[in-house]
Design a binder for this molecule. Structure first.
Ligand SMILES: Nc1ncnc2c1ncn2[C@@H]1O[C@H](COP(=O)(O)OP(=O)(O)OP(=O)(O)O)[C@@H](O)[C@H]1O
Ligand SMILES: O=P(O)(O)OC[C@H]1O[C@H](OP(=O)(O)OP(=O)(O)O)[C@H](O)[C@@H]1O
Ligand SMILES: [Mg+2]
Length: 284
């Protein structure tokens, strides 16, 4: 039996649930007030927990696998296996001071107070630089603290940067770069191959996200031109069209961000009836 801890609410909940569904492990019974949910695999259950608690749940074996932010894994100093970068929930922990402050680098904060929800990461950052500061631990609304005389600077999460601007703060350094990770308990890793299967399924979804499947008909006389347009990764696959002697069906996998240009070039090279299809999963 494998128990996977996933964020019960907050901004990580929905994207986590969607990704698991795409990987073939949908939540069968949901609802944010539930503690557990089943999936199509009888050997796997979901446990709903706060994103910040998941690293320790996984470290201690309350869950075998977890989905949570790298910042939370480091902050809690959890001893877990990081299996896969799930490539969403990207955010930076940044060092920021009031807009009007003359301080422009971490060293300018020697002897001052820094408010944060991440005392361990923040402490480590300043220690590594040999800068002595006092950490003020807060559990939210960190941006407010410099304006009410509680702190001189903050280390807080920033993604679009809007919150900093709204609160008249400016970033002076990037402290930590985070995104959501798949993690596992170290002992559970040895239990069976199920965790590796989960990792592979998620990886195959992520790999497919940046790709599209292209299908087209190509008159045989134009095949060489069409092949020149199609980037060299895999294929293309070329098949005879049964009803025609001179027409070929060509299939290829193409990077999503090259689709627009590639389709134009394929048309010019003589391809017709071009279809662009999303790919659900790609296994090597
Ligand atoms: N813009 C953002 N603000 C806050 N956290 C973010 C942002 N983008 C990504 N994250 C990541 O989300 C995780 C925090 O998840 P959590 O569930 O606590 O967020 P939340 O949506 O702010 O929940 P809450 O409403 O309880 O504060 C961290 O790993 C953090 O790096
Ligand atoms: O750079 P931005 O895109 O503006 O995002 C960053 C902000 O979002 C988060 O706050 P959240 O909404 O989670 O509120 P909280 O502080 O109560 O957790 C985070 O703590 C920042 O304040
Ligand atoms: Mg928050």
């Amino acid at each position: 039996m494998i128990r996977i801890a996933i964020p019960n609410k907050g901004r990580l909940h929905d994207p986590t649930v969607s990704l698991l569904k795409e990987a073939g492990l949908p939540l069968l019974e949901g609802g944010t007030r539930k503690l557990f949910a089943k999936t199509t695999d009888p050997e796997i259950t979901y446990l709903f927990a706060r994103a910040a608690d998941i690293p320790e749940y996984v470290q201690d074996g309350a869950a075998d696998v977890g989905v949570t932010g790298l910042d939370l894994i480091h902050e809690t100093k959890s001893d877990v296996e990081v299996l896969l970068d799930l490539n969403f929930g990207r955010a930076n922990l940044v060092l920021a001071v009031p807009e009007e402050s003359s301080i422009s680098s971490a060293s300018g904060l020697n002897g001052m107070r820094v408010a944060t929800e991440f005392p361990n990461i923040t402490g480590g950052y300043f220690r590594d630089k040999g800068i002595d500061i006092e950490i003020i631990k807060v559990s939210g609304a960190c941006e407010m603290t410099p304006h009410v005389g509680i702190a001189d600077a903050i280390v807080d999460i920033s993604s679009s940067g809007t919150t900093l601007v709204t609160n008249h703060l400016k970033m002076i350094d990037k402290v930590f770069s985070s995104s959501v990770q798949l993690i596992a308990n170290k002992q559970s890793m040895q239990k069976n191959g199920k965790i590796e299967q989960i990792r592979t399924a998620l990886e195959s979804v992520l790999r497919a996200k940046g790709k599209r499947y292209l299908m087209m008909n190509v008159p045989a006389a134009h095949l060489d031109e069409v092949k020149r347009v199609l980037p060299g990764m895999a294929g293309p696959t070329v098949m005879k069209v049964e009803s025609s002697d001179s027409m070929l069906a060509v299939h290829a996998v193409v990077e999503s961000d090259r689709i627009f240009a590639t389709v134009g070039d394929l048309k010019k090279a003589g391809a017709r009836d071009i279809l662009v299809v999303p790919i659900e999963r790609m296994m090597p």
